[in-house]
Design a protein around this ligand. Sequence first.
Ligand SMILES: *[C@@H]1O[C@H](CO)[C@@H](O)[C@H](O)[C@H]1NC(C)=O
Ligand SMILES: *[C@@H]1O[C@H](CO)[C@@H](O)[C@H](O)[C@H]1NC(C)=O
Ligand SMILES: *[C@@H]1O[C@H](CO)[C@@H](O)[C@H](O)[C@H]1NC(C)=O
Length: 307
Amino acid sequence: MAGSVIRRVLAVLSLGMIVNASPVQLARRAIASELLERFTLFSQFAALSACDQNINHTGQSLTCDYGTCPLVAADNTTVINAFHSDHGPTGYIALDHTRKLIVLAFRGTVSKSDGNADLDITLAPINEVCTGCRAHHGFWVYWSAVASQATSQLCDATSAYPGYRLSVVGHSLGGGISALAGTVLRTQGFDLDIWTFGGPKPGNMKLAEFITNQQTPNSIYRATHTTDPIPKVPINLPFLDWSQPSPEYWITQETGAQVTTDGVQYVEGINSKEGNAGSDRDLRWPNPEHVWYFGNMSACATPIDAS
Ligand SMILES: *[C@@H]1O[C@H](CO)[C@@H](O)[C@H](O)[C@H]1NC(C)=O
Ligand SMILES: *[C@@H]1O[C@H](CO)[C@@H](O)[C@H](O)[C@H]1NC(C)=O
Ligand SMILES: *[C@@H]1O[C@H](CO)[C@@H](O)[C@H](O)[C@H]1NC(C)=O
């Protein structure tokens, strides 16, 4: 596997020299192997939020079913708080002592109330976060349900573990909530990275611009996969400007294939059509592309979200 990747990279590089292509263009195609490993790690943090044992066991370590989260399972982790309610998001805050991380994770769609949150697609004004910004109402209500508790626990955790990097992660619905939660927490002074996997659009163009410009020293790692329809929704209707922040990391490898560095394309630009947004319409549901992000995202639960 590694050998063939190296051969392909070398082939691309030598082709580049012959046609004198810009090295910048070449650098944009593939991602570094260190970033691929972090994507894989955070996809596992997102996926295992759907395993019931992580939701019911505050104080325990993170585990997952079917051996689909080997990187996290090998670490020394502790769940600080696992949250679950009928009218709010499911997820957890955990420490990873091995890698010095604090992780706030939101689960994808499992319950009926999760499905209702997905479908609650009015644009809610959130001027207190940024002027002119509007957020996906369902995601906003979900974040609001846990905001004060999560914020105070993250305050405690970041002061108890000052060298630990904070990340907010989620797949699908969880990705939409993560984009909002991470954005708000940054305005409150937290340095953090946002990792989303197949997340729907979190809000309007002003919000996407705000998230995109909020990055240094933070980052948003927004992963999409081939034709996954979920990052494309809600679709734009006249007078609405639903948008995705930049950049995007577009996995171009097929479902089930182990993702390699040259199978992830770095795409810049809000609502760029160079990545998932410009890919073919794919209306299959359940959608296989939606549940494969650096690994199997549905081992513990099959997300049922339709929006
Ligand atoms: C465990 O968590 C799930 C949510 O994922 C919840 O539905 C279930 O009732 C919980 N089980 C127990 C025994 O607390
Ligand atoms: C896990 O890390 C914590 C905090 O550093 C430490 O107290 C604990 O002993 C570690 N556990 C294991 C099994 O290494
Ligand atoms: C993901 O895991 C589920 C549950 O084990 C399994 O049914 C499904 O086939 C897996 N998907 C892939 C693409 O391996």
